[in-house]
Write a protein that binds this ligand. Structure first.
Ligand SMILES: [Zn+2]
Length: 279
């Protein structure tokens, strides 16, 4: 009898030990599983938060932004509007190697209206008129440096000799070059009626809107000329910003429809270039 009791007790002890070990192992297993789940969740939360934190920390106060004004990128003795391609490359490389970030029109507009930019040294690169060398000479350099630019296109010049054609405009617009209005006929706006100004602005906007499926909002005054009617026509036709040819760094205080630019000539040296864009 004593022996039977001893065997039963032994069996109970063994079963107890086995079940304890099994339970413990499974229990540990579950804990490990939970632990993994938990740590995965934590990692996910952290990953989700990282871009938000980076974005917030990169909101930098800006009061003025240089807007470079180019026309043609070519060499022609005596023509200051044509900047040799070597000079243009040197200038774009300088921007790239010195922390300047080229903006899109929307980024520029956002920085001007909020007073905050994503970058410490924002800059806007613009070309007036739409010369075909903007495609053959400037575009390869911009692509190579991963830089953005804006071309103020004269709508009636599209497809004309010496100017950009529709295919080039489409190709460039898909690769970081933005097209905005320089009116249809490039007439000096202060010399025509309010109604004629409205037509120049509206027709050029409609042409770019349908060609590039965009909402064109920025205008560049031909030869920098404008009057009070121009400012009214600008608002009435849906533009939010306009650029002059007056020299200086652009800032909100000038008014978004009378923005200053930095003219780059054929004779502008790299030292002059540096001084012109310093803030
Ligand atoms: Zn022009």
């Amino acid at each position: 009898m004593k022996r039977i009791i001893a065997v039963v007790l032994l069996v109970i002890v063994i079963l107890g030990a086995v079940s304890y070990v099994l339970f413990h192992k499974v229990g540990v297993g579950l804990l490990v599983l939970e632990g993994n789940k938990e740590s995965k969740t934590i990692i996910n939360i952290k990953n989700d938060r990282v871009p938000v934190e980076v974005k917030e920390s990169k909101s930098i106060a800006v009061t003025s932004i240089p807007v470079l004004m180019y026309h043609s990128i070519a060499t022609q003795a005596g023509n200051q509007l044509r900047v040799p391609v070597e000079n243009f490359k040197e200038q774009m490389d300088y921007l790239k190697n010195n922390g300047y970030e080229t903006l899109t029109p929307e980024e520029y507009y956002s920085a001007m209206t909020t007073g905050k930019a994503k970058y410490e040294k924002p800059i806007l690169v613009t070309f007036d008129d739409g010369y075909d060398d903007n495609y053959s000479a400037a575009f390869p350099i911009l692509k190579q440096n991963n830089q953005k630019a804006v071309i103020f296109m004269i709508i009636s010049y599209i497809d004309k000799a010496g100017f950009l054609n529709a295919a080039q405009i489409k190709e460039m617009s898909e690769k970081g070059v933005y097209f905005q209005s320089h009116t249809v006929n490039h007439v000096e706006l202060n010399g025509i009626s309010y109604e004629e100004q409205v037509k120049e602005m509206k027709d050029s906007k409609n042409a770019l809107d349908s060609m590039l499926k965009q909402n064109t909002k920025f205008l560049c005054y031909p030869v920098g000329r404008y009057n009070d009617d121009t400012l009214k026509a600008l608002k009435d036709t849906g533009y939010t910003m306009a650029f002059t040819t007056k020299p200086g760094l652009s800032s909100k205080e000038q008014g978004l429809e009378q923005l200053l630019r930095v003219r780059i000539n054929a004779s502008t040296t790299i030292d002059e270039f540096k001084k012109l864009i310093e803030q």
